[in-house]
Design a binder for this molecule. Sequence first.
Ligand code: MN
Length: 211
Amino acid sequence: MQFKLKPLDYPTNALEPQIDARTVEIHHDKHQAAYVANLNAALESSPEFGTHTDLLSLIKNLRAVPEKIREAVRNNVGGVWNHEFYWDGLTPKKTEPSAEFKAAVEKSFGSFEKFKEKLLGECMKRFGSGWGWVLVNPDGTLKVVSTPNQDNPLMGEFIGACGCEPVLTIDVWEHAYYLKYQNKRAEYLENIWDKINWEKVSERYAEAVGM
Ligand code: MN
């Protein structure tokens, strides 16, 4: 039941200058690695809970986790999965959204510019640490939300059932930007926008709506 630190698909300096190599190294090799270690430690402390190899099924079934380790699992399984999803949603390449995703954005927010404003606004409003998310509703429209700490929109009753699928997340913990941007979260958000992997987001969208 050992979860492992998922390697990045690109070198740590690949997102420069928007996201500097030192930030990526510490973020991935220290912070994310700690969530992996702490998740394993929590699960190992409750062997009666059995073997677990699927992050998402833990996320979706937190109620099944023994109460004495539930909070640790909640914080750390979110800490692992959210980071994997975050890194996979970024890329050094210049990418474009699919026609289908663009159409969903226009239907849901009016325009891509308004979508950006809404998502980055949601990320700015998140008090303290957390995540901004783009979610697909069952009808194929999109919405933006944010979650505190390492919570994930799929944590069901723990944060309110969303009936949705995430297609993009942005880490707004200070550790994601503080070395380069200090207190300037807005500047980090404006810059990370250029590194979003719209091909990946579009693939996730297609999968979520079953195209
Ligand atoms: Mn983080």
